[in-house]
Design a protein. Structure first.
Length: 186
């Protein structure tokens, strides 16, 4: 039997193979770029006059928590949920930051996008010193209006004292994120 050169895969042209691999790699890089762009927080046009400042949430203990009370000082606003492992992991670090920087006027507020019963149960195991509001599923829309285009958690918005947004962060915070914000708002 005679070999058909064009049908023998072992004799494929090396440059054609490189071209196929290159096209596949380019498609993968483009896909990663689109995914990262999609998760990148969006700018908020007029954060100082955002409807957020007029809202009110219930605390786990049933008290009213008015967002207007947070105006005029730097605010770290963290969206989280009890079912989100990175959210739970970053809460002790955020609490330590709040305790250390409260005398400097830095405020921290966590809005739980979760069932109130789950949040109450969680807080009996891990108490937090800073205020927690129960945003429920409506909190997802609020987070989106503050730049969280993908609706993922955790999501943090760093406000300056004038109500403008210094930075938004999708994903788990680091001590470096907190140190940069503290320095930027002094």
């Amino acid at each position: 039997m005679k070999d058909n050169w064009g049908m023998n895969p072992s004799s494929e042209n090396p440059s054609r193979r490189h071209l196929i691999w290159g096209a596949g790699a380019a498609a993968a890089v483009a896909g990663v770029g689109v995914a990262l762009w999609r998760f990148e927080p969006r700018d908020v046009a007029d954060a100082k006059n955002h409807p957020f400042w007029g809202q009110q949430f219930e605390t786990p203990s049933g008290e009213a928590l008015a967002m207007a009370g947070f105006q005029g000082k730097p605010l770290l606003l963290n969206f989280w949920a009890t079912w989100c492992p990175p959210c739970i992991e970053e809460l002790p670090m955020i609490d330590a930051f709040w305790r250390e920087n409260l005398p400097n006027g830095h405020q921290v507020l966590a809005l739980a996008i979760d069932q109130p019963s789950a949040v109450r149960k969680f807080l009996t195991r891990q108490a937090l010193g800073f205020p927690v509001g129960l945003a429920g599923l409506e909190g997802t829309q609020l987070a989106k209006s503050l730049g969280n285009a993908a609706g993922g958690l955790p999501f943090t918005v760093f406000f300056k004292a004038d109500g403008s947004i210094w930075r938004q962060k999708m994903g788990q915070l680091t001590t470096d994120d907190l140190a940069q914000w503290r320095t930027a708002t002094l």
